[in-house]
Design a protein around this ligand. Structure first.
Ligand code: FE2
Length: 219
């Protein structure tokens, strides 16, 4: 391979950053922004989108999202063409009680989208398909045609489960073969991804709520 040049085509990147001072930010977000569930919007799968009170702590999170997006846009060369800095176009709270999840979706009319994790509960409860009890955020490769060349392992013969399939047992991530990439949420972590990228969040298996702030960003 020494004399071979690799050309990466159609790269899809996910960006993560742990916020400074996140413990204090999260304590105050929980105290002042997620006081109660009144006005929350429960969908048929149970995942709730809630209104959150705006204050200085929420502003710290949203400012960080815009700053990170600015770096991403500069890196991608988007700003040179349009010249307008990335701006938060909307934000909302995401509260998942036990067994609730977010089904596969994309974020419409947006350039980048993201999540900031305020509370990630812990428990020993797992299932055969889910080893992280609070649930991971999972991104799909939607190039469905790629599946025809995906190697079939014994457990997948004749059937490919796109929701859970990973390239091989005991391999955490193979960007050339995986159909799903799963990220473990951590308190204080911000994840930013292209808004068109199909994603879902596994069920929360813990007794306590999983709480995040979601947002869309436009260039
Ligand atoms: Fe989403």
């Amino acid at each position: 391979m020494n004399d071979t040049i690799r050309h990466d085509l159609f790269i899809t990147s996910i960006w993560t950053k742990k916020l400074d001072n996140f413990k204090e930010i999260n304590l105050n977000l929980l105290k002042h922004c997620f006081k109660n569930d009144e006005g929350s919007d429960e969908n048929i799968y149970g995942g709730r989108e809630t209104f959150i009170n705006s204050n200085e702590w929420l502003k710290k999170v949203l400012d960080s999202a815009e700053q990170l997006s600015m770096g991403i846009a500069e890196f991608m060369g988007v700003l040179k063409e349009k010249g307008r800095p990335p701006q938060i176009s909307c934000f909302w709270g995401n509260v998942n009680k036990q067994k609730e999840f977010n089904p596969p979706h994309v974020h419409a009319n947006s350039s980048l989208s993201g999540a900031y994790y305020v509370k990630i509960p812990q428990s020993d409860t797992t299932t055969e398909d889910q080893k992280f009890s609070a649930g991971k955020i999972c991104f799909h490769d939607t190039r469905i045609e790629k599946c025809v060349s995906t190697p079939l392992y014994e457990e997948n013969l004749g059937y490919l489960d796109l929701a859970t399939y990973s390239s091989a047992k005991n391999v955490s991530h193979n960007p050339w073969l995986d159909n799903v990439a799963k990220f473990k949420p951590e308190e204080g972590l911000m994840v930013i991804f292209p808004s068109w990228l199909l994603h879902y969040v596994e069920p929360n298996l813990c007794d306590e709520d999983r709480i995040a702030i979601s947002f869309n960003i436009s260039f």
